[in-house]
Design a protein around this ligand. Structure first.
Ligand code: PMP
Length: 359
C-alpha cells in the first residue's frame, strides 16, 4: 500500500477472481465460462474492416445493440442499459441507489456484492441462507433496504421462483430489488417478465456465461425507464464509452444467432445432469443447481484437499475458504469430454467405489 491510498480504502477486501495459472495446460472449470466458442455470426461480425475502425470511439449509447436487446425481450430501448460486464452494471447500481438506505443480500452469494458495498461506503446486511442453502424468502419481505439476489444463486446454483421474486418486489415498493440473472439460461425463470409491473425491479444479464463472451465484457440491465435513466446517469458520469466497438458488434450478432446459444444451453444442462449423477454415484452431496456449475461436497474429504488434488491432475475448480461452504467444490460445466476427465480425476482421488483409497 502506498502512502497515497485514501484511508477510506485501506481496509477494503478486494474481489479475488478465479485463478488463471499458466504453469501447465489445465481443464478450466473454475470461472463458469462457456466451453463453446461464440457463434459463427459473432466471429464474422468481427471482420478486419471493423477492427480497422478502432481509431474511432464506439457509439456511447450503444443504439443498435440496445434496440436489438429491446426487440429480443419485448421491451423498449428506454428499458435497457448496457455495461462492461455485470460487474460494471452492479457498480452503477451501488453508486446510484444504495446510499444511504443500505442494501442486503444473502451471506452466501456472489462475492462482489460486499466488495462494492465496502468500496462505495454502503451499509450492507448479509442475510444467512437456510440450512439447505436456500434463500429464505420471508427474510426479504418488507426488509427496508435495497435487495440484491443472484437468481440462480452463486455458488449454490439454487433458484427462486418468479412468485418469490414478485413477493419480494411487492413488499419493498420503496427499495430497488436487483435480480442478478447471470445464470438464468441454465434452468431458472427470468424476472424480466415482471419488470412491467414493478417500478423497483432491476434485472441484470451477462453475455459471459450462456452467450460465450466472457472475454468481451458485456452485460445489460432491464427495468422501467426511470431506473434505467438513473443507471445511465452513473454511466455517463463514469465511463460513457464503457462498451467497446467490437463488443457492441459481437453482442448484436449473438442476438441474431439465438438458436445456437439455446442449443448450447441445452447441452450444458444435459451435461450438468450427467455430471450430477456421476458425482452422486461417487458419494457426493449436491445442491439442486440450475446454473452452469455444480456445487458438491464429498463427506470425509475437505474441499481444500479435493481442490488441490484436482489441480495437481490438471483440473481447475473453485473452492471457497469460507465457513459453511469450505468443503464444497464449485465445478463449472464444460464439454462432456472435459467432465469425463474431471470425473475420472475425482474417482482416482476419492476411490472409484467412492471411498478414500489407501495411500
Ligand atoms: N453475477 C454473478 C452471480 C456472477 O457469478 C458473475 C461472474 N462470475 C457476475 C455477476 C459477473 O459477470 P460479468 O462477467 O458479466 O461481469
Amino acid at each position: 500500500m502506498s502512502k497515497f491510498l485514501s484511508s477510506r480504502h485501506a481496509g477494503l477486501n478486494e474481489y479475488v477472481p478465479g485463478e488463471q495459472p499458466s504453469d501447465m495446460q489445465y481443464i478450466k472449470l473454475n470461472t463458469n465460462e462457456s466451453p463453446y466458442p461464440p457463434s459463427p455470426g459473432v466471429l464474422s461480425a468481427l471482420s478486419e474492416a471493423e477492427i480497422s475502425k478502432l481509431n474511432l470511439y464506439p457509439n456511447p449509447d450503444g443504439t443498435r445493440l440496445i434496440e436489438k436487446l429491446a426487440e429480443t425481450y419485448g421491451v423498449g430501448p428506454e428499458n435497457v442499459v448496457i455495461g462492461n460486464g455485470s460487474d460494471e452494471l452492479l457498480a452503477f447500481a451501488f453508486m446510484a441507489f444504495c446510499d444511504p438506505v443500505g442494501v442486503c443480500f444473502p451471506n452466501i452469494t456472489y462475492g462482489f456484492y460486499p466488495v462494492y458495498a465496502q468500496l462505495f461506503g454502503v451499509s450492507y446486511r448479509q442475510i444467512p441462507l437456510a440450512e439447505d442453502f436456500t434463500v429464505r424468502v420471508e427474510d426479504y419481505i418488507g426488509v427496508n433496504r435495497h435487495v440484491i439476489l443472484a437468481n440462480p444463486n452463486a455458488p449454490t446454483g439454487i433458484a427462486l421462483t418468479l412468485a418469490d421474486i414478485r413477493r419480494i418486489a411487492e413488499s419493498n415498493p420503496d427499495n430497488v430489488v436487483l435480480i442478478d440473472e447471470a445464470y438464468v439460461d441454465f434452468g431458472a425463470e427470468s424476472a424480466i417478465a415482471l419488470v412491467r409491473e414493478h417500478e423497483n425491479l432491476l434485472v441484470m444479464h451477462t453475455y459471459s456465461k450462456a452467450r460465450s463472451m466472457a472475454g468481451a465484457r458485456l452485460a445489460y440491465a432491464i427495468a422501467q425507464k426511470t431506473l434505467i435513466e438513473d443507471l445511465n446517469k452513473m454511466k455517463y458520469s463514469f465511463n460513457p464509452y464503457n462498451v467497446n466497438r467490437l463488443t457492441q458488434l459481437a453482442g448484436h450478432a449473438a442476438l441474431c444467432d439465438a438458436e445456437y446459444y439455446t442449443a448450447n444451453c441445452r447441452n450444458i444442462i444435459r451435461t450438468r445432469e450427467y455430471t450430477e449423477q456421476k458425482l452422486q454415484d461417487l458419494g457426493f452431496e449436491l445442491t439442486d443447481s440450475k446454473a452452469n456449475f455444480v456445487f458438491a461436497k464429498k463427506p470425509g474429504f475437505s474441499g481444500r484437499e479435493l481442490y488441490l488434488a484436482l489441480k495437481q491432475k490438471g483440473i481447475l475448480v473453485r473452492q471457497f475458504n469460507d465457513g459453511r461452504i469450505s468443503d464444497y467444490l464449485r465445478i463449472s460445466i464444460g464439454t462432456r469430454e472435459q467432465m469425463d476427465a474431471c470425473i475420472t480425476a475425482i474417482e482416482s482421488i476419492v476411490g472409484d467405489d467412492g471411498n478414500r483409497p489407501e495411500y
